[in-house]
Ligand binder design. Structure first.
Ligand code: NDP
Length: 245
């Protein structure tokens, strides 16, 4: 197991991509903490499955829009496991729509959840991470290529993670910590179901002509988190079926 003895925190780990990431890290040997917003039962079920793999697991309700909740989740995970080696900033909110229809509340919430929270979590985690530490941000294929209208706010929020990732990679590199950004393409989750109205259009925008599965994103996160990913830092990695091509 490549992650034996390591401890991870996955934000938004109760469903979708975050759930697959949490389970993937646990399968590699890590103890895993996760945050969720409101779905306590789903979070508990992920915790049970991680424990069934023989790892420690811990879930905490923490709205990423709340700065204190984000900081407390990081501190709580480190306290629970006595260490923190891997932070996956996955929780995100996808608000799409014509630029004229987006409200100030939309702007504030999307930036709080998709941008401020990853910054604050990374800032808090940096106190705990040591040599071999990992920060992995989950962006979006819409950070690099906006192939249909309605993405002004969401794409802006996700491309902000490029600057965060590169700057942190530069700053934390001397401590042996890597920081990377994974850009999923359309992935079959509650946020973007593969049987949704726009799914055929989104599938058609990929080179492979299909949606991805959460586990296909988790596989790359596990690679980055493990020792085999040790020379990758500051990178934006598309796991998008060729959406960005
Ligand atoms: P889902 O909506 O399926 O799941 C979201 C997860 O994040 C849940 O665990 C949810 O918790 C949690 N969450 C949502 N809002 C908050 C919040 N404010 N505070 C804390 N936790 C929160 O999303 P996906 O799995 O599809 O997306 C995961 C990430 O991947 C996001 O950053 C998204 O932008 C990105 N992404 C997704 C794509 C897709 O096609 N699915 C494509 C590109 C990027 P709870 O269960 O309690 O609600």
């Amino acid at each position: 197991m490549t992650l034996d003895g390591k401890a991870a925190l996955v934000t938004g780990g109760s469903r979708g991509i975050g759930e697959a990431v949490a389970l993937g890290l646990a399968e590699e040997g890590a103890d895993v903490a996760l945050t969720y917003h409101s779905n306590k039962e789903r979070a508990a079920s992920v915790v049970d499955r991680i424990k069934a793999l023989g790892r420690r697991a811990w879930a905490v309700q923490a709205d990423s829009a709340d700065p204190e909740a984000v900081r407390e989740a990081v501190a709580g995970a480190a306290a629970e496991f006595g260490r923190l080696d891997i932070l996956v900033n996955n929780a995100g909110t996808g608000v799409l729509g014509p630029v004229g229809d987006l409200t100030l509340e939309d702007v504030d919430r999307v930036l709080a959840v998709n941008v401020r929270a990853p910054f604050l979590a990374a800032q808090a985690a940096a106190h705990h991470l040591g040599e071999g530490g990992r920060i992995i941000n989950i962006g979006s294929c819409m950070a690099e290529r906006v192939a249909f209208p309605g993405g002004s706010l969401y794409s802006m929020s996700k491309s902000a993670l490029t600057g965060l990732t590169k700057a942190l990679a530069r700053e934390l590199g001397p401590r042996g910590i890597t920081v990377n950004l994974v850009h999923p393409g359309p992935v079959d989750t509650d946020m973007n179901p593969a049987d949704g109205e726009s799914a055929p259009m989104q599938s058609g925008l990929t080179a492979l002509g299909r949606y991805g599965q959460p586990a296909e994103i988790a596989a790359t996160v596990s690679h980055l988190a493990g020792d085999r990913g040790r020379y990758i830092t500051g990178a934006s990695i598309a796991v998008d079926g060729g959406f960005a091509v």
